[in-house]
Design a protein around this ligand. Structure first.
Ligand code: DGL
Length: 263
C-alpha cells in the first residue's frame, strides 16, 4: 500500500542542491529499511559551490522549512557545501530536530595514508569554509593535503557525462596532480562525487573515501523514537524539472518513483 503524500508519516528529510545527496540517501535506505524518507533537491539553484555562503544559507533555510512542513523529524544535510555554510545556524534555529551534516572525511584519509599525501575533491564554498579549515587543522597534522575545488564534476554527475571522452579527460586532469604528488587517498568531499567512484577507480589506484555510510550510521544513532518503519512511499521533490530528476533517480539508484515539484 502506498500512503498518500498527505499522510502523517514521520520521515527522514534529506537535502542536497541536486542529485548528489542520493549517494547518502542510498546508504540511509540500506541502514534503515522501511523508514520513510523525503528527498529535496534544489536543482533550480545548483551549483551551490559557486554561490556565496550567505546565499547558500538562505536556500538551505527554505529547504529545511519545506522538509519539516512535509513530515521530516530529522534533517540530513546531504551536501558538504550547504553543511559548511549553514549547519551551525540551522542547528541554532531548529533545536528540537536532530540535524546531521557532512564533514569532509579528512580524518580517515589522514589516519590511513602511507605516503603522507592526501587529496580532497570538493566545491569552492566548502574549500573556503571555516569548517574545512578546522577539519584540516585538527586531523591532518603532518599530512600534505591537496585541495581541489571541482565544479565541473557536479555538472558531470547531474548530466551523467563521465563516460564521454570529454568527461574522462576532465577526471584525468583532476587526478594528474594527485598522482604526481603520490597521494594515496582521495576524499570525496561533495556528495555528487561518489557517483563518479567507479569511473575514477578505473583511472587511478588512489583509494577513494566516501562518507555516505558513516553519515547513515549517524542518522541511525540520532533517529527520534517516533520515526518508525511504515508502509509509506519515499517522497522526492525538486525545485527544478521533475521529469529530469526522475530520470536521474533511475539512472543513479535504479529507483522508479514519482517526483514532485517543490516551489
Ligand atoms: N552536493 C553538493 C556538496 O556535497 C555540492 C553541489 C553543488 O555545488 O551544488 O557539496
Amino acid at each position: 500500500m502506498t500512503v498518500p503524500e498527505t499522510s502523517a508519516s514521520k520521515r527522514i528529510g534529506v537535502f542536497d542542491s541536486g542529485v548528489g545527496g542520493l549517494s547518502v540517501l542510498r546508504e540511509i535506505h540500506g541502514h534503515l529499511p522501511n523508514i520513510p524518507t523525503i528527498y529535496y533537491a534544489d536543482q533550480a539553484h545548483l551549483p551551490y559551490g559557486m554561490r556565496t555562503p550567505e546565499d547558500v544559507r538562505q536556500l538551505v533555510d527554505l529547504a529545511a522549512e519545506f522538509l519539516i512542513a512535509h513530515g521530516a523529524r530529522v534533517l540530513v544535510i546531504a551536501c558538504h557545501t550547504a553543511s559548511a555554510a549553514s549547519l551551525h545556524d540551522l542547528r541554532a534555529r531548529h533545536r528540537d530536530i536532530p540535524i546531521v551534516g557532512m564533514e569532509p572525511a579528512v580524518k580517515p584519509a589522514a589516519e590511513r595514508t602511507q605516503t603522507g599525501v592526501i587529496g580532497v575533491l570538493t566545491t569552492r564554498v566548502t574549500a573556503q569554509s571555516e569548517l574545512y579549515r578546522k577539519v584540516v587543522d585538527r586531523f591532518a597534522r603532518g599530512v600534505q593535503v591537496i585541495t581541489q575545488p571541482a565544479p565541473e564534476l557536479v555538472t558531470m554527475v547531474e548530466q551523467g557525462t563521465q563516460d564521454t571522452p570529454e568527461g574522462e579527460a576532465i577526471l584525468r586532469r583532476y587526478l594528474a596532480p594527485l598522482e604526481a604528488a603520490h597521494a594515496d587517498y582521495l576524499v570525496l568531499a561533495c556528495t555528487h562525487f561518489p557517483f563518479l567512484a567507479d569511473k575514477l577507480q578505473a583511472l587511478t589506484d588512489i583509494a577513494l573515501i566516501d562518507p555516505g555510510a558513516a553519515v547513515a550510521r549517524q542518522v541511525t544513532r540520532v533517529l527520534p523514537a517516533d520515526v518508525v518503519p511504515a508502509d509509506a512511499a519515499h517522497l522526492y521533490y525538486t525545485t527544478g524539472d521533475p521529469a529530469q530528476f526522475q530520470r536521474s533517480l533511475n539512472r543513479l539508484l535504479g529507483i522508479d518513483a514519482p517526483v514532485q515539484q517543490a516551489l
